[in-house]
Design a protein around this ligand. Structure first.
Ligand code: GAL
Length: 637
């Protein structure tokens, strides 16, 4: 596969006379793709039913004539103002019961049937007009589901939908009462129509109620997306894509992805480090202009799984963004490094966001490949460099990684509902496990719980709150060194504590007898390197202790290939646990220099230097923001 580059473009933001020159410059820069249209509903249909596609026809023709391939977005993330006159109750409602008003974007509730029908209508109109257009080579549905915290809505539409969803799931109020444990605090219902949404309660609502509402809300995103894929499928055979976000767990991306052909995500490494990651202040300074060394790779691996092997970066940060608390510029070279890291993880395309910085409206401080005056911004020359390099290194084919990390969106909802420790997050736990594998130089596949596991030597399943018996047996039988825990198998599907107590793994004599959460600055040191932070479990049973705490309690126990980890390790603890497991799994690992990361493809080993200083590794000095690759048969020993 030869990966390609692209860019996001908004013809409706610029005078039409400028389009042809923009298209020419994109092509000259070596770009293949141009994504357009995803926010342009008010220009496609300025008044209800009054469709004006002529400008879009001309934009697509101009871009296509220059030799670019168009990704056409459905504009459903930005319903125009008139839509509210037609559907006054279509707005999402926040947990305080307040409507989330018009004036920015994503102002809709996923459950609103009337708005869904409008989305079906516009998707069908676009499909009829452009489904066979030779320049439209891919489609993007909507834009960043969940962005701005929009998955969960407490609207009347959501209430109606939730009651139906519960009635279908439980069939009778008695069954629901039993499953949720509603005898507690006299919360029992006599009819589904009595059940409300779990907001505005006096104190915390029943976690089982919240968990089902989270499942329902996730299903609504998948149903909303499917309305549009169903409308487009008969009209086009081009791939359908959605651009997901980083660190977004509010809906099950695997379910949404099942109705799409390619997964893509929007990668803003510097914005995320400042805004979304629990990085230390020290790391936030060290990686200020590079972004976190593992966060991009984590999402590349996750979305490769969501796309069943096919994935893109639909939006790549080119320079300072506008939306993080602070918005520094990338180190020279990062716009190139980020693209190469994506390609090394199997991305088919990387599209920079955006072509030209807009001098107006919300994102006027967000850099593009061009400045507002159309001069080149710093990232343009890096994009050109990547495009040239791709010509020389045509094939970048992904290969199966030796290690798998199991990822489950539902687990995130379980721990958000009852964290039991203020800083316990599923995403944070899984990312820490991932970081440890990366520091050891291991290439990783992130996989859903139902993925085949036979081809891996090492499997990690941290925080997998709800584990089916089938998964437990598959893990026990996989033959791979498998580390389960902490908090894996800790809940029933209803969100209760199972009996027999967790983890209840076949062939492993270990039972979690007590759990405790630890505040910041408190840790549970191991005997030797490492410690538990945030979360620590007490174990009973005869399984061999492979690592013990200084207090003499088992921290990691194992029997055969199956291990249980009884807490959240700090970085040193993870390094030790991964080194032990890798040795047993027959994997060669090394602790990489700080900031250096590796990734193997079918033909090459790539090295990326995220450190602000040069790094020398295996005889090769890589400058800050540098990328180096070796053919696999020439890797220094
Ligand atoms: C993304 C979004 C884009 C733009 C960009 C700015 O979240 O999809 O439309 O807002 O962020 O960084």
């Amino acid at each position: 596969m030869t990966p390609t580059l692209g860019v996001c473009y908004y013809p409706e933001h610029w005078p039409e006379e400028q389009w042809a020159d923009d298209a020419r410059r994109m092509k000259e820069a070596g770009l293949t793709w141009v994504r357009i249209g995803e926010f342009a509903w008010s220009r496609m249909e300025a008044h209800p039913g009054k469709l004006t596609f002529a400008w879009l026809d001309r934009a697509i023709d101009t871009l296509g004539a220059a030799g670019l391939k168009v990704v056409l977005g459905t504009p459903t993330a930005t319903p125009p103002r008139w839509m509210l006159e037609r559907h006054p109750d279509m707005l999402a409602v926040d947990a305080q019961g307040r409507p989330r008003k018009f004036g920015s974007r994503r102002h809709y509730c996923f459950s609103h049937e009337g708005y869904r029908e409008e989305c079906r209508r516009i998707a069908q109109l676009l499909g009829e007009r452009y489904g066979k257009n030779p320049h439209v080579q891919a489609w993007q549905i909507d834009n960043e589901y969940a962005c701005h915290d929009t998955t969960v809505s407490y609207s009347d539409a959501a209430l109606r939908g939730f009651r139906n969803w519960l009635a279908q799931k439980y069939q009778s109020p008695d069954a629901l009462n039993r499953a949720w444990g509603n005898v507690f605090w006299s919360m029992e219902y006599a009819d589904f129509s009595e059940i409300d949404l779990p907001n505005l309660t006096v104190t915390e609502p029943n976690p089982a109620h919240v968990l089902d509402f989270r499942r329902f809300s996730s299903d609504q995103v998948a149903a909303f997306n499917k309305v549009q894929t169903d409308a487009l499928r008969p009209l086009t055979d081009r791939p359908l894509i959605h651009n997901y976000m980083g660190r977004e767990t509010s809906f099950d991306h695997f379910k949404v992805g099942a109705d799409l052909d390619i997964a893509s995500w929007d990668s803003y490494p510097i914005g995320f480090l400042s805004d979304r990651l629990d990085a230390s202040d020290e790391d936030k300074c060290r990686y200020l202009r590079q972004g976190d060394p593992d966060n991009q790779a984590f999402h590349h691996d996750l979305y490769r799984a969501v796309g069943r092997g096919r994935w893109w970066v639909m939006e790549q940060q080119p320079g300072p963004v506008n939306w993080a608390p602070w918005n520094p510029a990338p180190l020279p070279g990062m716009a190139r490094l980020w693209a190469w890291e994506a390609f090394a993880h199997g991305a088919e395309a990387v599209c920079y966001f955006r072509w030209r910085q807009a001098p107006f409206a919300q994102e006027q401080h967000h850099a593009g490949l061009l400045r507002p005056d159309s001069e080149a911004a710093p990232a343009l020359s890096e994009a050109i460099e990547v495009a040239r390099e791709l010509i020389d290194l045509e094939q970048v084919s992904p290969t199966n990684a030796p290690a798998a990390l199991i990822f489950d969106y539902e687990a995130s909802w379980v721990f958000e509902t009852q964290p039991q420790g203020a800083d316990f997050t599923y995403f944070g736990l899984v990312l820490d496990a991932y970081r440890a594998l990366r520091r050891a130089g291991v290439s990783i596949d992130i996989v859903p719980p139902d993925a085949p596991l036979e081809d891996y030597s090492l499997i990690l399943a941290p925080g997998l709150a709800i584990m089916s018996d089938a998964l437990k047996s598959r893990l026990a039988a996989s033959g791979a060194i498998t580390i389960v825990g902490p908090r894996s198998g800790a809940k029933t599907p209803e969100g209760s504590i199972p009996v027999p107590l967790p983890p209840d793994l076949p062939g492993l004599d270990a039972t979690v007898s007590l759990v405790e959460s630890l505040p910041p600055r408190v840790s549970e040191p191991f005997d030797g390197d490492g410690a538990f932070i945030r979360w620590s479990e007490h174990l009973e049973g005869g399984a061999d202790a492979l690592v013990v705490t200084r207090a003499g309690r088992p921290a990691l126990v194992g029997s055969g290939t199956l291990r249980y980890l009884a807490g959240w390790p700090d970085a040193e603890g993870w390094n030790r646990i991964i080194a032990l497991a890798a040795t047993d799994a027959g994997l060669k690992t090394t602790l990489l220099p700080d900031g250096l990361r590796l990734r193997d493809t079918a033909s090459h080993r790539f090295a990326f230097n995220y450190a602000p200083e040069p790094v020398t590794w295996q005889g090769q000095t890589i400058p800050p923001a540098g990328v180096h690759w070796w053919p696999l048969d020439q890797i220094p020993k």
